[in-house]
Design a binder for this molecule. Structure first.
Ligand SMILES: C[S@@+](CC[C@H](N)C(=O)[O-])C[C@H]1O[C@@H](n2cnc3c(N)ncnc32)[C@H](O)[C@@H]1O
Length: 254
């Protein structure tokens, strides 16, 4: 049976393998997704950051070390929240809340930056969350998120060959919705959306889209030639940045 995101990560063996996977320097999160998301997020000095699906708190530490004024992480997994609280306990600017993002009452007009790394594809609906994020941002505030790339989420047929995956199937691309996938020893439920779905959902929720990127691998971030060559075959991530109109733009004309 496929589990939703938080319950999936609350399995002890899954959590352990996830933490091991993320700690590897060559993990795609460290070579492609993280650096790109950080580039789009830009300087966080003095920013009040809300991190949706914060996971184990590593990103929170990074943002606070880079001068964020405050950091609120929210995650539905008890394992992730316990780890994030441990990771951030010595920093009075940090708070971590355990909640389901589908029901968590997001405080209005509180944040200048909202991040969501690799969590939105666990949510059945994007627009209710994006509307809440828009309301949670102050005027001019920015949202930066990453998701598994839609060419990956569209088709859930697992690689049955030997060793590292060498073939990918892009199929059922426009049949959006629920998918079940085997990953790190268990079955997880995710939701597939097209690239344009993300773009249009941002616009429908009042955001100005700033950037759409696909995690193109950069040679300097890879220690291994073969890994770099393989990562040029298919995009793993979609990373987008958008902002809420600044206060002056919200004032009625005339
Ligand atoms: C792939 S992990 C990414 C964690 C972190 N953002 C990172 O990049 O290191 C996805 C996270 O999303 C969380 N998550 C998934 N669905 C959620 C939901 N409905 N409410 C809250 N958290 C959720 C999971 O518990 C998990 O910690």
């Amino acid at each position: 049976m496929a589990l939703p995101g938080p319950a999936f990560y609350d399995q002890a063996a899954v959590f352990e393998s996830y933490m091991q996977h993320r700690a590897q320097a060559a993990a795609p999160n460290n070579t492609m997704e993280g650096p790109l998301l950080r580039e789009l997020l830009g300087d966080v000095q003095g920013q009040d950051v809300l991190d949706l699906g914060c996971g184990a708190g590593g990103f929170g530490s990074e943002l606070l070390a880079d001068g964020a004024a405050s950091y609120l992480g929210v995650d539905g997994s008890a394992n992730m929240v316990a780890q994030a609280r441990k990771q951030l306990q010595s920093d009075t600017r940090a708070q971590v809340v355990q909640a389901d993002l589908q029901t968590w009452p997001m405080p209005a007009a509180r944040f200048s930056r909202v991040t969501a790394r690799l969590v939105l594809h666990y949510l059945p609906a994007l627009e209710p969350l994006l509307q809440a994020v828009h309301a949670a941002l102050r005027p001019g505030g920015r949202l930066v998120f990453s998701v598994e790339h839609p060419v990956i989420t569209c088709c859930d047929r697992a690689w049955r060959g030997q060793g590292l995956r060498q073939e990918w199937i892009v199929d059922d691309y426009f049949r959006t919705g629920e998918r079940e996938t085997d990953w790190i020893g268990s079955r997880v439920r995710k939701y597939h959306r097209t690239v344009e779905d993300h773009f249009l959902a941002l616009q429908a929720c009042g955001f100005m889209v700033e950037s759409l990127r696909e995690g193109r691998p950069e040679r300097a971030r890879f220690q291994d030639d073969a890994d770099f060559e393989r990562r040029q075959r298919i995009p793993l991530f979609l990373v987008m940045a958008a902002h809420k109109a600044p206060a002056s733009a919200e004032a009625p004309a005339g």
